[in-house]
Write a new protein. Structure first.
Length: 567
């Protein structure tokens, strides 16, 4: 079998000195150690803390012409790792990544170990193609993927029975344990593993979906989907049935969409999972929305507001009545902002009522109500009854149509503070949307107190953050002509961030208070462009707020371009 052998160009030490990663003195010191110990130079550079392992991998990649990656979930195919025995993989510090026809691609930290590749070629009867990666990542991947393969083959019999428990959901009684994982079947263990990993990886959604010949599990982390495992396709129907049992749904119904709720108990807390199934041409796809209060930031001070916007928003919340809107596309964090606002206002002296679809986080003292369209309990109908409950503050999860908008506005005019959301791209569009719904300008002008538009942006991963000087062309495009010496940040990509360069998210916010001038403008039935022009003359836009985060070293220009857009 063929082995892809490296073709050396410049010597490693010379290349490191040329790139200013190593001094000539350090190189000579390393060469002395090499002559005494016969260790590889690269190993000596890292062990003596002359360079980092990351830098070594990148330079070796350039020197030898090999691809390099930071190993993460999804880059290794669990189905082929056992083509090399685990003890051999650990001994040689390699792990099979994927196989194409007769070509086997393996991750290795030592691209010059030709004798290893020759032996692996004989063992596997494949052509060996090395891909560079860190030794520590390879060893961790060996433990993870070989263990996962055992769990998939033996149906996950070794999962810790105390880590995850299913609980009965009821407001009327304490949670009861329904299943004991020690007595659980292999399918129960697989489902619990999927849920457990999602919670620990801080995923917001779990996508469980069939494809031709495979069964795929993906997690949405920081707004982006990552493939994390591909269990055997024959267990897919049983996995879906198990999830439906957990959600108390009809497992025989496969032709109609179904919605339900699952609660699990993990590490001393309860985590909500929203179940949604949708029949497709291959089979049902299931999405689980993960609502983990541990990861929820319900503090206005922690959301990412700049100082002026935070002061302005708090002033709006302290008004005795009026309508406050939070706008943005799906997944922009509107619900979190509303919950944080309610948390800020929460007091035993106030009657706070919410109308939600669904209730995402349960809060003390507050009266929370859930929309149920099948029973005719719409936002508008519940809101009518809520106003008879003597509320001080009402949170309406979303204004979707004219009837809800009219009731919310009239409530805000009769002494209630009303908070709600709209699906618009910026604050100016919120007023335009209300006008398009048919709400008279005089009602909007007299009721609307202010609007917050927002986006969620990914923050650069702290584990692999690096800085650089932007080009003059880029500075000119951004209008940063006076920032010639500015350093910006980006992420290289590492296992901690799924090789994306980003980990965690923060909000950016566009604030608009409806003052006397804007009230007068609304009465003239303005276009959205007229409202934007007025707003930009007084307040910072979403893009401007995003660029401030870039200058502060929290995110990248690329991320702002991805997250911020207007119609």
């Amino acid at each position: 079998m063929r082995v892809a052998h490296p073709t050396e160009k410049k010597k490693l030490g010379e290349l490191l000195v040329e790139l200013d990663l190593l001094t000539e003195e350090q190189l000579q010191a390393a060469l002395m150690i090499h002559r005494k110990t016969a260790k590889r130079l690269g190993q000596i550079f890292v062990e003596e803390n002359m360079i980092s392992e990351d830098d070594l991998i990148e330079v070796l990649s350039k020197q030898l012409g090999y691809t390099h990656v930071w190993l993460r979930k999804g880059l290794v195919d669990p189905k082929i790792v056992r083509i090399i025995q685990k003890d051999k993989a650990k001994l040689y510090r390699v792990i099979p990544m994927f196989k194409v026809n007769n070509d086997l691609f393996i991750a290795t930290a030592d691209p010059q170990a030709v004798f290893v590749f020759d032996e692996l070629s004989k063992l596997t009867k494949c052509n060996i193609n090395p891909i560079l990666s860190r030794a520590s990542d390879i060893l961790q991947a060996i433990d993870t993927y070989y263990d996962e393969e055992i769990m998939f083959d033996d149906f996950l019999e070794e999962l810790n029975e105390n880590e995850l428990q299913l609980v009965a959901y009821s407001y009327d009684q304490a949670f009861q344990e329904l299943g004991d994982m020690a007595e659980g079947s292999p399918i129960i263990n697989l489902v619990n593993l999927i849920i457990l990993k999602a919670i620990k990886d801080r995923a917001s959604d779990i996508h469980i979906e069939p494809d031709r010949g495979i069964f795929r599990v993906r997690y949405r982390i920081d707004g982006i989907l990552y493939e994390v495992m591909t269990p055997k396709p024959e267990v897919y129907p049983a996995v879906i049935s198990r999830l439906k049992i957990m959600a108390k749904l009809d497992i025989t119904e496969r032709r109609m969409p179904q919605d339900g709720r699952i609660q699990v108990y993990l590490e001393g807390r309860t985590v909500d999972l929203r179940f949604s199934s949708l029949p497709g041409i291959l089979s049902e796809k299931v999405v689980l929305r993960v609502l983990d209060k541990k990861n929820a930031v319900l503090d206005l001070n922690m959301l990412g507001f700049n100082k002026d916007t935070l002061v302005g928003f708090r002033n709006l919340l302290q008004k005795p009545f009026g309508l406050i809107l939070v706008t943005g596309p799906t997944g922009s964090g509107k619900s979190t902002t509303l919950y944080s606002a309610i948390n800020f206002l929460n007091s035993i002296e106030k009657n706070i009522v919410t109308i939600e679809d669904p209730v995402e986080y349960q809060m003390e003292i507050i009266n929370q109500n859930e929309v149920n369209d099948s029973l005719g309990l719409t936002f508008a109908k519940i809101l009518k009854h809520v106003l008879r409950q003597d509320p001080d503050i009402v949170m309406v999860g979303e204004i979707r149509e004219k009837e809800t908008a009219e009731i919310a506005i009239r409530a805000s005019l009769t002494g209630h503070l009303v908070l709600s959301t709209l699906h618009t791209n910026d604050s100016a569009s919120a007023i335009s949307r209300l006008l398009d719904m048919g709400i008279p300008p005089y009602l909007i002008s007299s009721s609307l107190a202010g609007v917050i538009a927002q986006r969620l942006i990914r923050t650069v991963c702290k584990e692999c953050k690096t800085s650089y000087y932007p080009s003059q062309t880029l500075l000119d495009q951004l209008g940063w002509t006076e920032d010639k010496g500015i350093r910006l940040v980006k992420g290289k990509g590492c296992p901690s961030c799924y090789d994306s360069g980003y980990k965690g998210r923060a909000g950016i916010f566009e604030f608009m208070e409806v003052d006397t001038e804007l009230k007068a403008l609304i009465l003239e039935n303005p276009s959205v462009d007229e409202i934007r022009k007025f707003n930009e003359s007084k307040y910072s836009t979403l893009k401007m707020e995003g660029y401030k985060k870039v200058k502060d070293g929290l995110t990248s220009i690329t991320e702002i371009s991805r997250a911020v857009y207007t119609d």
